[in-house]
Design a protein around this ligand. Structure first.
Ligand code: F3S
Length: 282
């Protein structure tokens, strides 16, 4: 294999919301009484989840299972009904919902209250989107692109909110498809600034790279979006969770290999990927 240079995107890895959620989880280990669980994985990163488990933080999928101790709400947030049933129960709640996600929930509720039919741009089964949807009224629709828009929007007042980790390009496509069909269109651009920075840095990095490696959990929405955006610029883009997944055959003939990482990827994981690539490229 010929030698290559390794570059890392100028913005990659843990975002503000993930840092905050982890800080709250660690604080809970120090101060909480009784067992501690997160409702769903705290972040979409198997290595971090294993580390939390070693500190005594468990994981439940269903709030009904939990009757005592402390429940940590992850940065993606939870549906309104779950929040209400936790508040009515005996557990202590540590709410680590990211403020960008809270803002998307609040705006969805406001649009619905003001009479707009709410369209949510996002992944229909993603926990963050399920949470936002619960605030958006019974006729809210989740779409991933213009092709998913329902037929009965003509002449309606429509409000759009966005999963925080979507791309601006997808939002632009939905807005363009809606604007000529509806009577009134209100767009709340709830894409978070950390996502935007990481996406811009990833695209700039990919433009100068012969191969791109994106590091992050396979179920991480923001990581998947980085893969999608980098692949549009550099088709030789690969999504991995760990350094061991790097296939040296990917790197054949490359002069520059670029690395970026999702908002739930710890620095240590990025460093081990960069280290492995530098070994292979030296
Ligand atoms: Fe929050 Fe954006 Fe991170 S929504 S959890 S700051 S990716």
């Amino acid at each position: 294999m010929s030698p290559f240079r390794v570059t890392v995107a100028s913005s990659a890895g843990f975002c503000w919301g993930v840092e905050r959620a982890l800080r709250k989880a660690r604080d809970a280990v120090e101060t909480a009484k009784g067992p501690i669980v997160t409702l769903g994985p705290l972040i979409h990163n198997p290595g971090v989840i294993a580390d939390l488990a070693s500190q005594g933080i468990g994981l439940v999928d269903d709030v009904d299972i939990k009757t005592e101790g402390t429940v940590i709400i992850r940065s993606h947030g939870v549906p309104r009904g779950v929040m209400e049933s936790l508040a009515a129960g005996d557990v202590a709640v540590v709410d680590a919902t990211c403020s960008f996600v809270k803002s998307a929930q609040t705006r969805a509720a406001r649009l619905h209250d003001e009479g707009y039919r709410v369209i949510i741009l996002g992944e229909p089964d993603h926990p963050e989107v399920l949470g936002i949807r619960s605030y958006a009224g019974p006729d809210a629709v989740v779409v991933e692109g213009p092709e998913d828009l329902p037929d009965d929007l003509d002449g309606r007042r429509v409000g759009v909110v966005v999963q925080t980790t979507q791309s601006q390009a997808r939002l632009a496509a939905i807005t363009a498809a809606l604007v000529t069909r509806v009577r009134e269109l209100r767009v709340c651009n709830t894409i978070c600034s950390a996502t935007e920075r990481r996406q811009e840095a990833a695209v700039a990095m990919a433009a100068d790279a012969d191969v791109v490696v994106v590091v992050g959990g396979r179920t991480s929405g923001n990581t998947k979006r980085l893969v999608e955006l980098c692949a549009q610029v550099q088709p030789h883009t690969h999504h991995i969770e760990r350094a061991e997944e790097i296939d040296p055959a990917w790197l054949d003939g490359a002069a520059v290999v670029g690395v970026t990482a999702g908002a739930s990827t710890p620095a240590t994981q990025i460093e081990s990927v960069v280290e492995r690539l530098r070994e292979l490229g030296s």
